[in-house]
Design a binder for this molecule. Structure first.
Ligand code: NI
Length: 179
């Protein structure tokens, strides 16, 4: 197994190429900043969690939006990174064949069948996304987003204690935008 630094570099290069010119929604920030923020949460979680599979979690963190937001296929991820990583990324992907309102619960059910670190990546993703909402968002949109975050926390209970605590704090802070 390659060292963590090599895994990180090779995976972030792949992801950065795939996301190309894509920006973080509502900003001019390159998408790879979102990916590195999720990876940063994972590094912190690894320090706080016994028996944490950092290599697996990091690859999922960096690849988690490739199938959902780029032309990358599950088969391609499997060829480059192997079956376990492809399955994890697939679990973290909202299935476009489903109606939007069913995608999150379907994804969370798939995540629960993967190693616990896949759940940690989902928690980390939502932690980094719970920042002040864009001015264009309505109160009901903000409420839906908050509700989704609460669902993630509930369904993934036990995935990673440290990140669950962080997500709970972020939810509490974010609640002020929905009131
Ligand atoms: Ni994401």
């Amino acid at each position: 197994m390659a060292d963590i630094q090599t895994i990180y570099q090779e995976t972030i290069k792949f992801a950065a190429e795939k996301h190309g010119a894509q920006k973080v929604k509502g900003s001019k920030i390159p998408y790879v900043v979102h990916l590195s923020n999720v990876a940063m949460e994972i590094f912190m979680a690894a320090r706080k969690t016994h028996g944490f599979d950092l290599g697996y979690a990091l690859q999922l963190a960096l690849l988690h939006d490739t199938i959902e937001d780029t032309q990358t296929t599950r088969q391609e991820i499997e060829m480059v990174f192997g079956k376990d990583i492809a399955e994890g990324v697939w679990a973290l992907t909202g299935d476009p064949k489903l109606l939007k309102e069913y995608r999150l619960s379907d994804s969370l059910a798939k995540i629960r069948k993967c190693p616990r670190e896949a759940g940690a990546v989902k928690l980390a993703d939502r932690i980094t996304n719970l920042q002040a909402p864009p001015k264009s968002w309505s109160k009901s949109h903000i409420k839906d987003y908050l509700y989704d975050a609460q669902q993630i926390l509930k369904v993934l209970h036990g995935a990673n204690e440290y990140l669950e605590k962080r997500l709970q704090q972020k939810i509490d802070e974010y609640s002020k935008y929905s009131g």
